[in-house]
Design a binder for this molecule. Sequence first.
Ligand SMILES: Cc1cc2nc3c(=O)[nH]c(=O)nc-3n(C[C@H](O)[C@H](O)[C@H](O)COP(=O)(O)OP(=O)(O)OC[C@H]3O[C@@H](n4cnc5c(N)ncnc54)[C@H](O)[C@@H]3O)c2cc1C
Length: 372
Amino acid sequence: MYELVIIGAGAAGLGLGRYFQVERGWRCLLVEREAAFGQGISARNSEVIHAGLYYPAGSLKAELCVSGRERLYHYLEQRDLPYRQCGKYVLAAPEAEDQLEQLYHQARDNGAGDVALLERGAVRRIYAGLSPFAALYSPSSGILSAEAFMRQLAGEFQAGGGDLALQSTFSSMAPSGDGFEITLTDAAGETVAVPTERVINSAGLGALDVAGAAGFDYADRGYRLRLCKGSYFRVPGARGAFEHLIYPLPSDHGLGIHLRLDLLDEVRLGPDAEYLDGEEPDFIVDPQRAADFRTAVALYWPGIAAHTLEPDWAGVRPHIYRAGEYLSDFLIRDEAEAGSPGWVNMFGIDSPGLTATLAFGPWIAGLWGEGQ
Ligand SMILES: Cc1cc2nc3c(=O)[nH]c(=O)nc-3n(C[C@H](O)[C@H](O)[C@H](O)COP(=O)(O)OP(=O)(O)OC[C@H]3O[C@@H](n4cnc5c(N)ncnc54)[C@H](O)[C@@H]3O)c2cc1C
C-alpha cells in the first residue's frame, strides 16, 4: 500500500515525488506512461526562472511562482546544478509605458524580488542595438537546465526509496477503504491494480483525461483542454550578444515573443501562441512563421534584420477553458468536496510551472492539513 501515487513524471510530478518521499518520508509511487521521465511539457519550454512579475495578486501563479523561485535558486545552488541568475528586461514602447508601470506595481505587490523601472533609452546604453524603450529590470529572473534539474529530482526521489514506474499509463480508479485502487496499464497491455491512500494527478496535457478516467466530471461541467503551441527559432549568429533575457510586454495568452538565452549563451526567439485544432500536440516548427517572429522582435531589436532565423523546437501549453472562458491561473483541486478526499487534480500547469516545481508539494501538503 502506497501513501501517495503521483500520476505524471514531468517536473511537477518529480518535484512532488521528491518532496513527499524525501522530506515527508511518505511511501510514494511515481507513474509515467512514457519510457523516460521528463519528456512532456517540461522538456519543451524557455527554461526561464520567473521572478513572479506577471500574475494577478492573490493568484496561485503569483504565490507559487515567488515561493517556487526562492526554493529553486536555493536548490540549484546547494546541488551545484547549472543555472544563471542573468536578469531580465521587459521593454515597452512609449505608448505602452502605462502598462509597464502597472507591471512594475504588480511585480512589487507579488514580491517578485528587486525590480526597477528604467527610463526610455537606459537599456540602449547597455545594448546599443535595442530600441530606446522604457524598461522594467528584474535581476531575480534567470535560466536553468530543466533536464539537469529533473534528473536530480528523480535521483533524490529514487535514492530516498521512491518507486518510479515507467511505461505505465493510469487507466482507472476505484474508491477502496480509506483510499483508492488505481489501475495501471503497461506497454504490453498488462494491467496492475495499486492500492494507495492518496493520489495527485499531475499529468500535464493528459490531466483532464486522467481526471475523466478517474470519474471526475470536469468534461460534463464544461472544462476543455486547448493546446496552445509555442514555436521557437534559433538566431545562430547572435551567440554571446546578450547577457540578459529581453521580453516585450505580455499579451493575453503568453509572455510575448522574447529573446531567450540558454546556458551556452545561444540566442533563441519565442514562443509565439498558436491554438491547435486537434487533440494531439504537434511539435513541428513551420519555417514560414519566421517572418512573424522577425516583425515582432524588430520592434525592440532592429538588428534582427541582419540575422537568419532557424526553426528550433516547439512546446505546447495546457490551456484550460470553461464555457469558452480561458482560465489563466493554475487549477489545483482537492477532490474532498467531490467525495474523494486524498485525491488532488492539477490542471493548467502552464508557465511558470517549471519555476513553481518545488512549491507544489508544500502547498498541497497544506491543502491536506499536513503543514508545509
Ligand atoms: C512553450 C512553453 C514555454 C514555457 N516556458 C516556461 C518558462 O520559461 N519557465 C517556467 O517556469 N515555465 C515555463 N513553461 C511551463 C512549464 O514548462 C510547465 O508548467 C511544466 O513543465 C509542467 O510540468 P508538468 O509536470 O505539469 O507537465 P509534463 O512535463 O507534461 O508532465 C506530465 C507527464 O504526465 C505524463 N502522463 C500524461 N498522462 C498520463 C497517464 N494517463 N498516465 C501516466 N502518465 C501520464 C506525461 O507523459 C508527462 O510526462 C512553459 C511551457 C511552455 C509550453
